[in-house]
Ligand binder design. Structure first.
Ligand code: NAG
Ligand code: NAG
Ligand code: NAG
Ligand code: NAG
Length: 744
């Protein structure tokens, strides 16, 4: 199996796996043709432009000179004010060359094309109506969440403004569509689409927005499944939609323009369920835009990517972003496969036809005779295989969406589909809105089904549908598709930071989802780290509402150090292999909103603290300047692990010993005495802490200590990576700091 990984091409992907189970690459534009460039500038001699118009005309001066030698004067597509000094314009390579000599020019590069990557989750995450954190945080009242996505559906019951106050005075946003109210306070289109409307044609943006901040909707369900009250994480927060993706394609110049506007208009939180290949941060529009956001105190939540379980497949790796991986909840929508030999295998499907005949039907696996394409049930591959009226086994993958496989089987006359995980997907299944009776089964189950098939002259099977089953004790479990570390752009920072629900989640949908059962719903169930990201946007809105003085880094720290490590059975959270998930899959762990609200201690980072860190990555002063938007002189940088981050990624050579300082701020109780409550140290190293207790006498007090990582040369290291943690504890407080070690 050839699985494409993020590599050389500057592609970004919408982090949605409803329709795309793997990534497809497109080629970049022809070098001779004009394409959209992102141009970074720096004001010459520190000139300050008093008025936005002055800045604009200075931007334009670059294009007048660059038109020399070409017949058409290029025009500015977007002039940026907040994200950085510079603009986007359609330029040819020659025109760019002409600009390079102008005073104030820093860099120009072709834009990247980013592709698009819950009734039950609040309760699963411990949020309850009328008591606890939800009530304490006022359900996010007064907080504005800006969502960059495919648009939104005004008038959907999830965006009803019952109980939502008018937006705060500072709000300067716009609504470019009918139907805005106190819940949906902004909706703008930044795509190049003809409609110019922020209405959602895909569903993705409606789904993510309602996950972050949808209001309470009773009786929500999809085809009768997962019935309950649908509600977002911050039900009384405001939503502002910035439409940046059209047909799952999201261009960088438009994303930057939307971030520029969102910062200007006064959002408090940004949610971006999209991302792309790993590149240096100064070339990553989302990282650059997010830095401007955190400079203004705006929290940024981003999806980790859907390219797991392979390692180093992450998007959004910058330390000032919260990077969110996807895990399961304790709900399955069960579809059980029955074989002629009486064996049963539980799988999942959102489509639960009650009229599917329960008599056995012939079972067929097109891959047995038709080769790889047929094994995947690829389009056109079933023409010479008799699948009519049969239960058809299709392998997951091959770049064909799971639901599309069902469509192909149905068109070929198949009666039902068994969707079989690849070995790398393990037990990780998804309840999709299939178009025919289907069951998505784990790898081992599928192997047993195929073993039966080849050992029986006339194999038969059927599927029975059992609806919503709550209480799966292995939840949360890391989804196989959730992208994994190590971090490529910054190996000294652990990513993802956190995991949150992202599998088979119900949330708002623009249109009635219809299938052959002719049941309708304005909710839909989809999966992806795209669904996990807005959970954290909503939770950070609750935290901001409760703690208006916390910086974005403080909120991140609160979320990370309080995260959970165990599933509902009390065992370590597992991955799709049913093995304890490692730090590159779960980061600091599974989000626990109520604990994040009262973390005890926080590791804070000021925006300027990232400057020595960025210099330490080996970036030039100019490259760091693009990110931090000021003139920087990199003299010496710090090691990545020296950033006051709430986790560590440390590389240790044979005789290495490294010490890193951490500063913690007391946000728990004034008089508190934290000691090391628990720890885990892998073989091959020693760990030391410069103090055994952190004794605070007042709130907001900060204390500094050192953590030493020492290689044990007497220990023969058998794996290149190891992990551990230390936990500071005092009373009810537990502050967990995980670390990874790379032995070199
Ligand atoms: C990455 O994957 C390879 C092969 O699957 C494995 O040997 C290696 O240990 C992995 N690295 C990490 C950090 O998990
Ligand atoms: C729990 O969910 C996992 C996948 O998320 C699945 O493999 C397993 O069969 C489920 N367990 C039960 C009891 O349904
Ligand atoms: C702090 O707590 C530790 C462990 O409970 C205890 O040994 C120590 O005496 C305490 N220190 C102070 C100053 O209270
Ligand atoms: C804590 O310190 C920060 C900044 O130093 C300040 O903004 C905040 O008001 C302080 N909070 C309390 C409770 O003293």
């Amino acid at each position: 199996m050839e699985r494409k990984r993020y590599n050389v091409l500057p592609q970004l992907y919408i982090l949605l796996i409803l329709t795309f189970t793997s990534i497809f690459d497109t080629t970049s534009a022809n070098a001779n043709q004009a394409e959209t460039y992102i141009v970074n500038l720096e004001s010459p001699n520190g000139i300050v432009f008093a008025k936005p118009e002055d800045l604009q005309s200075w931007y334009h001066s670059f294009l007048s000179s660059s038109s020399i030698g070409s017949n058409k004067k290029p025009s500015i597509l977007h002039a940026y004010h907040n994200v950085f000094m510079g603009f986007a314009a359609k330029l040819s390579a020659d025109q760019v060359k002409a600009m390079e000599s102008i005073d104030g020019f820093v860099s120009a590069r072709p834009e990247r094309i980013y592709k698009l990557h819950t009734t039950h989750t609040p309760r699963f995450l411990g949020l309850h109506q009328n008591f606890g954190f939800w009530r304490g945080s006022n359900y996010g009242k007064g907080i504005i969440i800006g969502v960059l996505d495919t648009g939104i559906t005004p008038g959907h019951p999830s965006f009803d403004d019952k109980g939502v106050p008018p937006p705060p005075q500072k709000w300067k946003g716009k609504c470019e569509v009918a139907g805005c109210n106190n819940k949906l306070i902004g909706a703008r289109d930044f795509t190049d689409s003809a409609s110019g409307s922020p209405l959602d044609n895909e569903g993705h943006g409606t789904h993510t927005s309602s996950t972050a901040a949808g209001n309470f909707v009773d009786g929500a369900n999809v085809f009768g499944m997962a019935k309950g009250t649908a509600v977002g994480m911050a039900p009384l927060a405001h939503v502002a939609m910035y439409r940046v993706c059209d047909d799952f394609v999201c261009s960088e110049s438009n994303i930057l323009a939307a971030m520029d506007a969102a910062i200007e208009e006064g959002v408090d939180v940004l949610s971006l369920s999209l991302g792309g290949a790993s590149v240096p941060f100064y070339e990553d529009g989302i990282a650059v835009g997010a830095f401007s956001a955190i400079q203004k105190g705006i929290f940024v939540s981003c999806s980790a990517g859907n390219s797991g379980p392979f390692n180093s497949t992450l998007s959004n790796e910058a330390p000032w972003i919260l990077t969110v991986g996807a895990s399961t909840i304790d709900r399955n929508i069960r579809a059980t496969v029955h074989l002629g030999n009486k064996a049963l295998f539980n799988g999942e499907s959102l489509f639960q036809p009650q009229d599917f005949p329960q008599n056995f039907l012939p079972l067929v696996y097109p891959g047995l005779t038709g080769g790889q394409q047929a094994a995947w049930c690829a389009k056109g591959s079933l023409t010479n295989i008799d699948v009519k009226g049969k239960v058809v086994i299709c392998d997951r993958g091959g770049g064909i969406a799971r639901i599309e496989k069902g469509q192909i089987v149905k068109e070929a006359g198949g009666a039902a589909m068994i969707l079989h995980n690849q070995v790398t997907d393990g037990v990780s299944t998804v309840a999709d809105a299939h178009v025919l009776p289907a069951s998505h089964v784990g790898y081992e189950s599928g192997v047993s089904i195929k073993t039966y098939l080849i050992s029986t002259p006339s194999p038969v099977a059927t599927i029975t549908f059992h609806g919503t089953v709550i209480g799966n004790k292995t939840a949360p479990e890391v989804a196989s598709f959730s992208s994994r570390g190590p971090n490529m752009a910054s190996p000294g920072i652990i990513k993802p930071d956190i995991i949150a629900p992202g599998v088979s989640l119900l949330a708002a949908w623009p249109v009635s989802v219809e299938n052959s059962a002719h049941t309708k719903s304005t909710f839909n169930m989809i999966s992806g780290t795209s669904m996990a990201c807005p959970h954290l946007a909503g939770i950070s809105a609750l935290l901001k509402s409760e703690h208006p003085d916390w910086s974005p880094a403080a909120i991140k720290s609160a979320i990370m150090t309080s995260a959970g490590q165990v599933n509902l059975n009390g065992d370590p959270i597992e991955d799709e292999r049913e093995l304890p998930a490692d730090i590159y899959a779960i980061g600091s762990g599974h989000v626990n909103p109520s604990k994040a609200n009262d973390p005890g201690l926080i590791f804070d980072i000021k925006p300027d603290d990232y400057i020595p860190y960025l210099c330490g990555l080996g970036y030039t002063s100019k490259q760091v300047g693009i990110i931090v938007k000021k003139t920087v002189t990199c003299s010496e940088g710090i090691e990545e692990a020296e950033l006051n981050y709430p986790s560590f990624a440390v590389t240790l050579g044979v005789d290495d010993g490294k010490a890193f300082e951490r500063t913690v701020t007391n946000v728990g109780e004034a008089n508190s005495n934290y000691t090391i409550k628990s720890f885990s140290i892998p073989g091959g190293m020693f760990l030391g802490i410069s103090t055994t207790e952190l004794k605070f006498t007042e709130l907001n007090q900060s204390l500094t200590y050192q953590t030493f990582f020492l290689r044990n040369r007497d220990f023969e290291v058998t794996t290149p990576y190891a992990e551990g943690y230390i936990t500071w504890g005092f009373g009810k407080y537990s502050v967990r700091i995980p670390f990874s070690i790379k032995f070199v």
